[in-house]
Design a protein around this ligand. Structure first.
Ligand SMILES: [Ca+2]
Length: 283
């Protein structure tokens, strides 16, 4: 009986030893198999890291193209396509300017492209300076009807109105220099007209104007501004005219400009309701 118990104890011990041994072997083998499995993972990681390096080149190629210029080109294509649309007059559009929202970075620096510079001009309509008060007055000369229904003037190059002809005036600076164009005539009135293109309807825009001397401004045949206070030289942005609504597409701008003596001209540009100036493009 005692021997039987010893044998059973021995068998139990052997069984435990055998169990520990097999457990150890199992751990060793499982460790090896994990190592074997880990290798492909590392390889995959290396492969994954290499992929973006290979794809970098085409990404850089797309960055090389300036996005702003692409947008400008796109708008030019669209506006050229839309330029084929005839205006209300039924005649070909002779002059046109295109408004584009200025890039934020450009807001502080305003080049010539922010001014409306391509105009058709009609004149000069001379008046009696003495009759209107002489060289320091003539405010009421702005009320002289030089043409029939000036609000509805439709500028067309070469067209005759009241014995004068619409002529193209392409300015080389921001100032629309009527004094030089009309050979330094005094006591005279001229109308300047442009078709301005707005890609979208824009409400509450701001018209910035500087004039020498008195002006009336018509936008889409509506009188939006009159200046006839005192004779002055033209200065950029001297007058700020808010509440200007531009419709999508063509907008007709006609400005009546009266000169007393000496200089004669205007500066014209637009800003949106947030006072960001528009970049103006001409075709
Ligand atoms: Ca003047």
């Amino acid at each position: 009986m005692f021997l039987q118990e010893r044998e059973i104890a021995m068998t139990k011990r052997q069984f435990i030893q055998l169990f520990i041994l097999s457990l150890a072997l199992l751990l060793v083998f499982s460790g090896c198999s994990e190592e074997k499995k880990a290798k492909p993972v590392e390889e995959k990681v290396v492969e994954a890291k290499q992929e973006p390096v290979v794809k970098e080149e085409p990404v850089r190629e797309t960055v090389k193209k300036p996005k702003a210029e692409d947008k400008v080109q796109q708008v030019v294509k669209e506006t050229v396509a839309q330029a084929k649309i005839k205006p209300a007059s039924g005649k070909k559009v002779i002059t046109a300017n295109f408004l584009m929202p200025a890039k934020t970075a450009d807001v502080d620096w305003l080049g010539s492209e922010y001014f409306v510079m391509d105009w058709l001009v009609l004149g000069p309509f001379e008046y009696d300076g003495e009759k209107y008060g002489g060289e320091w007055e003539c405010q009421e000369a702005i009320e002289i009807a030089c043409v029939e229904n000036e609000a509805k003037l439709t500028p067309r190059e070469g067209a005759e109105v009241s014995g004068k002809y619409w002529q193209r005036l392409e300015s080389y600076g921001e100032l629309i220099d009527l004094d030089a164009f009309y050979e330094y005539t005094d006591f005279a009135t001229a109308y300047i007209g442009a078709y301005v293109y707005s890609p979208t309807e824009m409400k509450d825009c701001i018209l910035y104007l500087g004039s020498d001397d008195y002006v009336k401004v018509y936008i889409n045949e509506e009188l939006v501004y009159t200046y006839k206070t005192e004779r002055r030289g033209a200065e950029v942005d001297s007058d700020r005219i808010p509440g200007i609504n531009l419709k999508q597409g063509w907008n007709k701008v006609v400005i009546k400009v009266v000169d007393v003596v000496q200089g004669w001209g205007v500066y014209v540009r637009f800003a949106d309701w947030q006072n960001k100036p528009f970049k103006v493009m001409s075709k």
